[in-house]
Structure formats: structure tokens, C-alpha cells
Design a protein around this ligand. Structure first.
Ligand code: NAI
Length: 290
């Protein structure tokens, strides 16, 4: 096993999660290369990270100098070929098995370190489905971060039947020692630990609203005031992204055929309408984008 400390990380995708992952890595003094499909998306990703770093400064979590240094450690590319020297790559693109497997197929050809960690941030796709697209499935793990990444301390580490112990130990050490995150290990089942519990709850809340049983405001208020949750399930669905919640539900339903995991029609219609939640400005609630 390579004992070399991970200092060169690649992040694929600079959406909500990719941007957050890139930010925490840069704040942890790691060199970060971020892939986005186009220059425009890369610029939007960079702006997203800079806004978050600015919030970190205004809330006193980081200093001006830390913000400057983190921004300086971030580079962007639209060529996966640039990832050859990466020791850890975290993929955080759209929750699609097809898109992810294609990326891993290419990534595996590019990354040269045999002990490199190739991680997916998928919320629900079994990691083995992604790993088998590569020639080296022992390098592939799930590293499931939580949203917002700079705030939430958990990473679910998902190992497959083929992941090598060296690679999972390297991923765990990076998560804990470099990023300062807490790790829980999960077996390779759709939804892992958190979403297997969380997503049926979110879907049940959507069904309550859909059936007119209670208003979205009252469902959210009930869980915030009655159960001390920091936000209600509809607000949380907006934060996660309705497309992502639907994709997670679809993966879990495919795996378990459990009716509680099937996406309710209201969720499907809202996704079709492009009402994806906070990231598009409208979901169950309205948001000021920026
Ligand atoms: P997002 O919608 O904010 O970002 C999606 C990213 O995928 C963007 O960078 C986009 O450019 C890229 N993308 C879309 N189609 C692509 C393609 N064909 N090829 C390459 N890149 C493509 O989504 P978000 O929320 O960042 O989710 C990303 C991943 O993280 C998903 O796998 C999701 O399940 C997972 N995740 C999401 C969480 C959440 O709360 N939103 C929490 C934990 C994991």
C-alpha cells in the first residue's frame, strides 16, 4: 500500500456537492483539481465555492488569509486526462448510473497510482455497479459526503466485495485525518445507512402534501418543533434537490422493490417541470438564488 499522504485530489463535478467537496479539500491544504464539462460550468462552480468561502469569512469560521489560500489551491479543467497524477478522485456528478460508469471507465485509464482512491459520492447507486466499469475495481469506494459539505461532519465510507483494504484505509485516513470528518462504514446496498432511513421519510412527507393530508408548512413545522429536526422534510428535499431525491428513490426501489421507496407522482411532476429546489430557485418553497 502506498503510505504517501494524499496531497493531490481531483473532484469531478462542481455542482452543490462537488463544489463543497472541493472547498473542504482546499481548506485542508490539499491541491484540488476540479472537472466540469464546460468553461461556463467551471466558472459557475468556482463562483459557488468563492461565495461559500466568503460566507466562511463573514461568519468567522475562516480568516481572509485562509480564504485566499484555499482559492489559490483550486484549479479547474474540462479534460479528465489532467487527472493522471491524482491520489484521490471524488466523483460528484448527477445521480445517474450511466453517467457515473462512463466517468469511472475513463478515469481508471487515466489515473496512474495503483493505490489511488477512486471514490463516488453517489447517494444511492451500489458502488459495485460503478466499480465493474473499471479494470481495477479494488481502487473504487463510496465516499458519501453530506450537504452542506463544509458544515456536516459525516462521510459514509462504502466498500464493495472488491475494494482493497489498502484503498479503504487510505480513504478513511484522508477523511478523518486530513478533512477532519467522522466516518461510518456501510455495506454496499442502495441508500447505504443514511438515505435508506432518510429517503422513505422524505417521500412520505411528499405523499402527505400530495394527498392534502397536511400543508407543506405544517409538515415541516411539525418535524422541526415536534422532533427538534433542524429543518422539515420538504425544506430538506429542496436542499438536497428534487431530481436527486427522485434518483435516490429510483435506485432504492430498483434494489429492494419496496413500495415506500417509489417516487410519488408529485415528485416526478415537479422534477419534469424543473422545480428542483434550492439550486433552481423553486421547489416546495421559493429561494433567492445566489
Ligand atoms: P448538482 O445538480 O448540484 O450537480 C450535478 C453535477 O453533475 C454538475 O457538476 C453537473 O455539471 C454534472 N453533470 C451533469 N450531467 C453530467 C454529465 N453528463 N457528465 C458529467 N457531468 C455531469 O447535484 P449534487 O447535489 O451536487 O449531486 C451530485 C452527486 O452527489 C449525486 O450523485 C448525488 O446523489 C450526490 N449527493 C447529493 C447530496 C445532496 O444533498 N444534494 C448529498 C450527498 C450526495
Amino acid at each position: 500500500m502506498s503510505t504517501e499522504k494524499i496531497q493531490r485530489v481531483g473532484v469531478i463535478g462542481a455542482g452543490q456537492m462537488g463544489a463543497g467537496i472541493a472547498e473542504v479539500c482546499a481548506r485542508a491544504h490539499v491541491d484540488v483539481l476540479v472537472f466540469e464539462q464546460t468553461r461556463e460550468l467551471a466558472a459557475a462552480g468556482r463562483a459557488r465555492i468563492l461565495r461559500s468561502l466568503d460566507r466562511g469569512v463573514s461568519s468567522g469560521k475562516i480568516t481572509e488569509r485562509e480564504r485566499e489560500q484555499a482559492a489559490w489551491r483550486l484549479r479547474f479543467t474540462s479534460d479528465l486526462g489532467d487527472f493522471a497524477d491524482r491520489q484521490l478522485v471524488v466523483e460528484a456528478v448527477v445521480e445517474s448510473e450511466e453517467v457515473k460508469t462512463e466517468i469511472f471507465r475513463e478515469l481508471d485509464k487515466v489515473v496512474t497510482d495503483p493505490d489511488a482512491v477512486l471514490a463516488s459520492n453517489t447517494s444511492s447507486i451500489p458502488i459495485m455497479k460503478i466499480a465493474v466499469a473499471t479494470e481495477n475495481p479494488e481502487r473504487v469506494v463510496g465516499m458519501h459526503f453530506f450537504n452542506p459539505v463544509p458544515v456536516l461532519p459525516l462521510i459514509e465510507l462504502v466498500t464493495t466485495l472488491k475494494t482493497s483494504e489498502a484503498v479503504s484505509a487510505r480513504a478513511e485516513a484522508f477523511a478523518g485525518e486530513v478533512l477532519g470528518k467522522q466516518v461510518v462504514r456501510s455495506s454496499d446496498r442502495s441508500g447505504f445507512v443514511v438515505n435508506a432511513l432518510l429517503v422513505p421519510y422524505l417521500l412520505s412527507a411528499i405523499r402527505m402534501v400530495e394527498s392534502g393530508f397536511a400543508t407543506k408548512e405544517d409538515v415541516d413545522k411539525a418535524m422541526v418543533l415536534g422532533c427538534a429536526h433542524p429543518m422539515g422534510p420538504l425544506a430538506l428535499t429542496d436542499l438536497v434537490g428534487l431530481d436527486t431525491v427522485k434518483s435516490i428513490a429510483d435506485s432504492m426501489y430498483t434494489e429492494f422493490k419496496e413500495p415506500l421507496y417509489s417516487a410519488p407522482p408529485l415528485l416526478m411532476r415537479m422534477v419534469e417541470a424543473g422545480l428542483l429546489g434550492k439550486k433552481t430557485g423553486t421547489g416546495f418553497y421559493q429561494y433567492n438564488r445566489g
